[in-house]
Design a binder for this molecule. Structure first.
Ligand SMILES: [Zn+2]
Length: 166
């Protein structure tokens, strides 16, 4: 069930193929530093299709939840993941090329005859992680820092700056 999945992504898109799977959080090496717990699995679905102009697309859907660490109280923060990314495949590009095309709705990735599906899933999760996960104020245990925030004019960045100086 957890064997490595590698696809020819252009062929996958052109043939409208669909792949569904489960991924263990523990297998996402780059994600670990953001996680308070690596227990659990995510469900993903990768679908190939043609865009409006016939361009090859991958639709990457990911559902599950992550346990992150609240940056205010340092306690566990449950973060639901519901990602659906549209990815345009670009031939003759590498992952190091800037494929920005000004289209906010669609990201571009290189066409690849040996694309690692789980690496793509991990990329998409990393792109959708909050920079500084925080509980909502009424749920957060970080009252001491909260008080500091109020004294500093309620600017969370001001607090971070103050913490860094110490
Ligand atoms: Zn908190």
């Amino acid at each position: 069930m957890y064997e490595q999945a590698v696809i020819d992504n252009l062929d996958f898109a052109r043939n409208g193929r669909v792949m569904r799977g489960e991924a263990r959080l523990a297998d996402f090496v780059r994600l670990q530093s953001a996680l308070l717990s690596s227990q659990g699995v995510l469900n993903y679905t990768l679908s190939g299709k043609a865009g409006e102009k016939g361009e090859p697309l991958l639709i990457c859907s990911i559902d599950g939840k992550l346990i992150l660490q609240c940056q205010r109280c340092l306690e566990a923060l449950e973060f639901p993941l519901h990602i659906e990314s549209r990815l345009r495949l670009v031939q003759g590009a590498t992952q190091f090329d800037d494929l920005g095309d000004g289209d906010e709705e669609v990201d571009s990735i290189p066409a690849n005859t040996e694309m690692d599906v789980l690496a793509l899933v991990e990329d998409e999760i990393l792109l959708n992680l909050p920079m500084a996960p925080l509980h909502s104020p009424e749920l957060c245990q970080g009252k001491g820092v909260e008080r500091l925030a109020n004294e500093k004019g309620n600017n969370p960045f001001g607090v971070l700056a103050a913490l860094k100086v110490k």
